[in-house]
Design a protein around this ligand. Structure first.
Ligand code: GLU
Length: 482
């Protein structure tokens, strides 16, 4: 059996779209599953779109997620170079071979001429496609124009009649009327190949067996097949992937800040959770498993289980999954990741982050939610006295006042400010007073946090705040209670 060779072929735009990360992932998983090779190729033939540092974004994203490539620009391989602009001189001879065979032709139409013809077609309500104007130039006419140094492109000569069809692993038998095909440009006036040409030449030369890419290429694929056939090359297996959508109607969009991998990483989603979730947007393992490490994904992956309906990227589901990953992550790693988020509101407060992290880990869904959750430790929030009311704890404003009055001197008497000491001293005082625990601890928590829902209870919060701040808050609470 031939070795499976897949490729991820991004254009370096500066960002990695989540759909692109998923395409890379499926290519990676399939290659690894089949014991084959995963190849990274940088498609930068559109020099206008080049962005500094964009290739590093691609490297960092893939590597960060654990998708190491077997061949690629920086790691080399037998089929390099792996950057299209470094291959730019390789394409023209192939285009000329097609011209020789009558499968492609020189076109000297200028942009102005094309624009005028496009406008005329559009005025008649027609969709413009190149009208094969230059197909009929004689050999002599072509030579004369070339000799005169006129700029030219090379176009594919597509049939106008009949149908083109192929089989796609995801979408099955696909057929398009040839009248839809336009004589696409293979080599541009600047001598560079178009994506449409380069991808075929490169996929062939790099021995790609499975072309896995976004479904926006479904309708161009018949043209690529014309190229393979004209060269007499074997057509690869096509695996077109459905679009990653925000919901049934909308694509993920840059504008909504939900399209790029970095958007989610910056917000504090874990790579592992994102990869796990993305794998399931468009593929299913055939059972109800939801949690996968990369190795488990490799093991379970099967291109026959790629979905034909668009994958909905449900942020709520991702967030749930992220919370599960965070709760299970190594504590030291959590502490390290949480620290800059704690710092956003607690920097300079000399707070015990380690203890705070213990209280926060099980409650963190996404790291960027941490500052809001811990802000009460930096500054006492506004709260209403009705917060003291709690039926089950048998507490209301009057009870709060009575019990806090009782506890204030007890707490003021504590000098060794450890959580344990706070706990033992206050609990002993409650026992002595004959009060119910809840009726004391509930108002105590409200008085020092201003919140009904906090990471940790009264003791943890008092400990984190420190003696001075705790007493200051308790005094303010007494004053508020009148
Ligand atoms: N450079 C193309 C893109 O980024 C790749 C398409 C393909 O995989 O063939 O969309």
């Amino acid at each position: 059996m031939t070795e499976v060779r897949t490729r991820f072929a991004p254009s370096p735009t500066g960002f990695m779209h989540l759909g692109g990360v998923r395409t890379a992932l499926y290519n990676y998983l399939y290659a690894k599953k089949m014991g084959g090779k995963f190849i990274l190729r940088i498609e930068d033939t559109d020099q206008n779109r080049i962005v500094d540092g964009a290739v590093d974004v691609i490297y960092d994203t893939l590597r960060g997620c654990g998708m190491e490539w077997d061949e690629g620009p920086d790691v080399g391989g037998n089929f390099g170079p792996y950057v299209q602009s470094d291959r730019k001189n390789m394409y023209l001879p192939y285009a000329l071979e097609l011209v020789e065979k009558g499968a492609a032709y020189y076109c000297f139409c200028t942009q102005e001429e094309l624009d005028a013809r496009r406008a005329a077609a559009e005025a008649k309500g027609e969709v413009f496609k190149y009208d094969k104007h230059c197909l009929n130039l004689s050999k002599e006419e072509i030579q004369a124009k070339l000799d005169a140094g006129l700029p030219y492109v090379i176009r594919l000569n597509c049939p106008n009649e009949g149908e083109s069809s192929y089989d796609d692993v995801v979408f099955g038998h696909i057929s398009f009327p040839n009248s839809d095909l336009d004589d696409m440009v293979l080599i541009k006036a600047d001598g560079m190949p178009t994506y449409n040409f380069a991808n075929v030449i490169d996929d062939h030369l790099m021995g790609i067996t499975h072309v896995m890419r976004g479904m926006e290429y479904l309708s161009s694929t018949p043209k690529y097949n014309l190229l393979y056939n004209a060269f007499g090359w074997e057509i690869p297996t096509y695996v077109h992937l459905t679009t990653v959508m925000r919901d049934a109607q909308h694509k993920l969009s840059k504008r909504d800040g939900d399209a790029y991998y970095s958007d989610f990483i910056d917000k504090g989603y874990l790579k592992e959770a994102l990869i796990n979730y993305l794998a399931l947007v468009g593929w299913n393992p055939g059972d109800d498993r939801e949690f996968f490490t990369m190795d488990e994904l490799v093991e379970a992956f099967d291109i026959k289980r790629l979905n034909t309906s668009p994958g909905i990227f449900d942020v709520t589901k991702l967030t749930w999954m992220n919370a599960q990953y965070i709760s299970k992550m190594d504590f030291e790693a959590y502490l390290e990741m949480a620290t800059p988020w704690f710092d956003k509101v607690l920097a300079g407060k000399n707070m015990d982050y380690r203890r705070l992290a213990e209280l926060m880990q099980g409650r963190t869904e996404v790291f960027n939610r941490i500052p809001d959750m811990v802000a009460f430790l930096a500054e006492m929030p506004e709260y209403g006295l009705d917060l003291y009311f709690h039926k089950k704890m048998k507490c209301d404003e009057a009870v709060a006042k009575e019990n806090l009055t009782l506890m204030l001197p007890v707490i003021e008497g504590i000098n060794d400010w450890t959580e344990e000491n706070l706990h033992d001293t206050v609990m002993a005082a409650i026992a002595e007073s004959g009060k119910k625990n809840g009726a004391v601890l509930w108002p105590l928590r409200i008085a020092v946090s201003g919140l009904a829902n906090t990471p940790g209870g009264a003791f943890e919060i008092m400990y984190l705040l420190g003696r001075e701040e705790t007493l200051c808050r308790l005094h303010a609470a007494m004053e508020k209670l009148g």
